[in-house]
Write a protein that binds this ligand. Sequence first.
Ligand code: GAL
Length: 441
Amino acid sequence: MARMFALLAFALPAAAPLGLIAAAPSSSAAPAPPATSDSTTELNVLHWWTSASERAAADHVAARMSELGLRWVDGAVAGGGGGPAIKVLNERTLRGMAPKVAQLNGQATIEWAEMGLLLELDGVAKRRQWARTMFPQVMAQLNVREHVVAAPLGIHRINNLYLNKAVFRRLNIELPTHWSGLQSAALALRAAGVTPVAFSDEPWQVATVFETLLLAEAGPALYRRMVEQRDPQAFNDPSVERAFQRLRDWRNLAAGPGERPWTQLVADFAAGRAAMLIMGDWARGELGTLGLEGGRDFACQAVPGTSGVHQFSIDTLAMLAGNYSAQAEQEKMAELLGSATLQLGYNRIKGSVPVRRDVPVDELDYCAQQSYQLFANPATARVPSLVHRMAFDEVGKNAFIETVHRFALDPKQTPAAAQRKLQGLLRALGPKSMKSVQATP
Ligand code: GAL
């Protein structure tokens, strides 16, 4: 499929000259390494992992690649959640400067595969027995029209509430597990001069918090109808209004308005300047690089109302087909990404958990074990993250983020009005097209 479309309709140049790659509009945190003479072993990788832990996780992959004679040429584009990276990827592809490898998760991967731009990795998947070794939910995200179109890296959990244990201990406040406990803890924290909640007005971060609250209020079955089936009727439910109200309450517990990168929130939380944080578990990876350990230094709990539910996003790297000049190297990289050793090494740094069913779970840290075991349990409700591309296409996801963000920044907008806006948006987006419907196994 990819071969036909790519050759007929959208052929990309063999390999973008390295000079051009370096000049690509990228706010890269790490400069691309200099070119070597052997360009066949180089793979330019576009991604958005620029925080300390993300960088270390990417460097881990790069180091393992170099053992196989492959060179990771870095094309990082800063910006949590990947909005800026996807824009740069679009631009580069339109200008014939597509990278060989790109972080393209979930629905974004489907869109790119449908355009025929991605290399099919069926051979790799078969050779390495991905269908047998990987979680079915992971395989579902990689499959487009019966073809494997990306290599999986890790499973993130989104619905986490982190509590700084040292702060709670010092102030003699019990670790809360329910909303009422959180509210009284917040009052006590404020009285002691500690900001209760680390929060940022950056649009994707606001919407990430909101989707966890929506899950908490709606429960997994209704959340699925909203996010997976995109059923506008489901958005009539009163839980949507409640979720908006919770978002407002949660934001009011923060230091003050302002857009800040998620890494700053993590730094505030780690230093005890803020005591609570709702964030995907890439935050746990970052806390690890700051020397904090889950269970010991901070509690990793589910957002109240979501315990036992795993709201996931899966990081994947897609191989851009181009004219197939790098196919062998791309396949070699894909094989490496799926291997058990790489999975353990990478995910222990990144904060996510392995995509494979056969990794020794005791080699993961306490919080990762919880996430992994929950995800692995067939009885668990596993629900996709909308904000992190597991359910809506890029346009729908961005519109959702914007709607939630506008509500957060406008104190005059009532939760009921925000709910109506969301309903309107869903009606405008229309039902989910069949090609992109991914039933969660
Ligand atoms: C997510 C991505 C994670 C993490 C996070 C913050 O979309 O899946 O790997 O990087 O953004 O940038």
